[in-house]
Design a protein around this ligand. Sequence first.
Ligand SMILES: Cc1cc2nc3c(=O)[nH]c(=O)nc-3n(C[C@H](O)[C@H](O)[C@H](O)COP(=O)(O)OP(=O)(O)OC[C@H]3O[C@@H](n4cnc5c(N)ncnc54)[C@H](O)[C@@H]3O)c2cc1C
Length: 512
Amino acid sequence: MKDKRAIVVGAGLGGLSAAAYLARAGLEVDVFERNSYPGGYACSFVRGPYEFEASLHELSGIGPPGNRGSCYRVLEGCDVARRVEFLPIDDFYTSIFPDFTVRVPHGWEAAEEAYCDQFPRERKGISRVMQAMRRINDASAEASKITKASDALTLPFKAGDLVRSMGITVAQALDREMKDPGLKALFTNIWGYYGLPPSRLSWLLFAVANASYIEHGPYHVKGTTQALSNAFVESIEDNGGRVHLRDGVVSIEVADGRATGVVTGQGGRHKADFVVCSANPITTCFSLIGPDKVPADYLKALAGRHIAVSTFNVYMGLDHPAADLGLDGHEFFINEGYDYDDQYLRMFTTDRPSYWAVTNYNHADPEFSPPGTSVVVLTALVDYTPWAHLPADRYRETKDRIAREMIEATDRRFPGLKDHLAVVEVSTPITNMRYSGNPGGSILGFDYDLAGSPPFRLSNRGPLERLFFANAWVRMGGGMETCITSGLFAYGEVMKDLRGTRGLAKLLPATG
Ligand SMILES: Cc1cc2nc3c(=O)[nH]c(=O)nc-3n(C[C@H](O)[C@H](O)[C@H](O)COP(=O)(O)OP(=O)(O)OC[C@H]3O[C@@H](n4cnc5c(N)ncnc54)[C@H](O)[C@@H]3O)c2cc1C
């Protein structure tokens, strides 16, 4: 198939995954990336003796041998899994609330016990919710194999939980089964990973995404996610593809409603049979293609969706082991209250956040930083809007103030932290936007509200013939597992056009 050429715009995880699959299938593949490194958010950076993971807290869908998750299988399918070392994280998360602290392990029974130990009177409701999550997850896996319309028609009868989950929020699902606001807060404390509070977050998304963590455990990547992104590049190149760095795409060429190639910043004009965008659909349609060439209903669909939140990160290199400061796990969530709607509204201000994650990277990988040191990162969700309106001369002062206040507040929970700061680097939504090109510095594409849960997200098929998307903005949505899967989906769409192949199962090799 070397007579067919695919061009991938951007080397985010979605684009890299699509490129690796396309190269393996024998297409001629060229990836054009504006940055000097591959991976988009999946990267690292170095300050002094410390290499920082830029984004990943916990990778889902990996699992140990014998219990591999779907992300691992997708990585095997494009010959990336064997090139990466995945390190298991022993717990799911530790929640710190004003009145209690609970460590939630992974594994269905273990996680359920942790919730029940803290709220023994709610055992029945907790159990019913966990069972519903399992049924939704199992049914969703079955539904993804459907290729015949007749099977889709019988789905509501065979998978009632799954169908119901598409129309309700997390809060609606839990209100039926749980009473104590503290339990609801504990159970949903990971909502930050999905960008919306339970009152607005899709129950389907929450159930399936959490199931992936609970069933297979969370993972860290040895050498940071830069190693994962580099492994994709290796696979692409081993299969004859090329990854061009520092050469962004400035326009996508169109003829008769069909994408026909790209023009890059270094002046290259490249013809293509297929164009796959890791770049987000808003920039792609409005800047790379031009709105006059995009069907109006697609532009309307873009305008009807809300861009998800971004992040504020404080990256800290400590001259001391984090475990000695009480950070005896990987992921901690600090909550100054139980009202998640209030926490969410605060994300639209430049006040210090009241909910943030504290991640100790040396827990899963003791060699993460030089001996006797450690790397700890504070991450809060924040929206881009207040940062966009901040006068330029107040940007640095605001970012330094929030970082200082977050360090102080974290030090109250883990005393001694602020006495061991060797290196501190801070990122804001503006940083995210600069490095990813994503509007608002969004880390998840569009919101995961009811209209943005995976079945209702935009398709991997773009608004023009032979144009596809593989990123957080379309199916399966934001997050690393989902973006890697999005690459497989985009590849599946190309294969439909090229060979008439239907059904992703046929595109994945059998796994052991
Ligand atoms: C701080 C932080 C923490 C996170 N934590 C987690 C976590 O714990 N678990 C998890 O699963 N996910 C996490 N995520 C989310 C996850 O990283 C993203 O959802 C995912 O990596 C997005 O991948 P993508 O394919 O959409 O590409 P992106 O990462 O958005 O990359 C897009 C790429 O396209 C390039 N590009 C854009 N325009 C052009 C152009 N015109 N020409 C060429 N190239 C272009 C950009 O330079 C970039 O490299 C986190 C993200 C952040 C920022």
